[in-house]
Every structure is written in structure tokens, then in C-alpha cells.
Design a protein around this ligand. Structure first.
Ligand code: UDP
Ligand code: MG
Length: 156
């Protein structure tokens, strides 16, 4: 068990469908700590870096066009085992196959319009958080209810 930070991107389809608040609320209710939050428009260069594993795929031009044409919201979330916890809350890539109860399973019918991105491993998260957030855009602060979120042996 370890304190981790992970990156979430709320995609343009979530903005168009007024799902931004709904998605944020799910992470808040889980007691993940928001340590960074930023609205911006992704550049094609940043999209190519972020989706480097997909640049050669036939669907990549459409993915880049979609992710860069309107603003998105980036979140850095912190918690014990946050990377795995967030992926579980998000659900699998193809939202039609995603479990009910997950963000994609409940809110989307699509792979290419699946409302959200989340880092897929600890190594990825360690690259993705600094890709989208400068040091001065990440905030360390104390949650006063921390004793009610984690037990003594879960805090480190
Ligand atoms: N994507 C797509 N078609 C595919 C696979 C992926 O449009 O066949 C998009 C989809 O929006 C996905 C993103 O590319 O969220 C990144 O793909 P990845 O395999 O990293 O899935 P994720 O980590 O988002 O679940
Ligand atoms: Mg991915």
C-alpha cells in the first residue's frame, strides 16, 4: 500500500453532455484527494506525447482531433493505491463492456467517446501527472477528516 497520485482527464464529450460535475462527484465521494485541477485545450503535440502508444493506429487521427478541438479538465488525484482505485472507478476502455457502477459503464456507450482518461499503471501515472501539471499547480494540503478516511495503519 502506498500514497499515489494519478492523472484523470475529463474529455470533451463529458463537457458536451454536462457530466463534468457527475464525474468529479464520484471521485470526491470515494474520498480521493484533489491535488490538481486545470481546464485547458490539449495541443496536437501534447496529444501525440500522451497517446504515443496509439499514434500508429487507424483511429488515432480521430482521437487527436476529438481531444484537441475543445477544452478538457485535468485532475491529479491522491490516495492510497490511487492508480488502481481510479481505474476501477473509471471502468474498461470500451464503455459498452464496462461494469455497471463504473463511470464508463454508467455514462457512456462508446470507446471513442468514453468521457474520461485515467493513468493505467503507477509508472504511467508518474509520467502523466507531471506531463499535465507543473510543480506550482499541484497542492499538498491536509484533509481535516483524514482520520475518518484512513485508519492509523493506512496513512503512510
Ligand atoms: N480509443 C479508441 N479506439 C480504440 C482504442 C482506444 O478510440 O480502439 C481511444 C479511447 O478513447 C481510449 C483512448 O483511445 O480511452 C486511449 O486508449 P487506451 O487503450 O489507452 O485506453 P484507456 O487507457 O483510455 O482505457
Ligand atoms: Mg490508456
Amino acid at each position: 500500500m502506498a500514497m499515489e497520485r494519478t492523472l484523470v482527464l475529463i474529455k470533451p464529450d463529458a463537457f458536451q453532455r454536462s457530466l463534468v460535475g457527475e464525474i468529479l462527484a464520484r471521485f470526491e465521494r470515494k474520498a480521493l484527494k484533489i491535488v490538481g485541477m486545470k481546464m485547458f485545450r490539449m495541443s496536437p503535440e501534447l496529444a501525440k506525447e500522451h497517446y504515443a502508444h496509439l499514434v500508429g493506429k487507424p483511429f488515432y487521427p480521430g482521437l487527436e482531433a476529438f481531444m484537441t478541438r475543445e477544452p478538457i479538465l485535468a485532475l491529479a488525484l491522491e490516495g492510497q493505491e490511487a492508480v488502481e482505485v481510479v481505474r476501477k472507478i473509471v471502468g474498461v476502455t470500451n464503455a459498452r463492456k464496462a461494469e455497471a457502477g463504473t463511470i464508463r459503464g454508467d455514462l457512456s456507450m462508446s470507446t471513442g467517446r468514453n468521457t474520461i482518461h485515467a493513468s493505467d499503471s503507477i509508472e504511467t501515472a508518474q509520467k502523466e501527472v507531471p506531463r499535465f501539471f507543473g510543480e506550482n499547480e499541484l497542492f499538498g494540503y491536509k484533509i481535516v477528516l483524514e482520520d475518518y478516511i484512513y485508519a492509523e495503519d493506512e496513512k503512510e
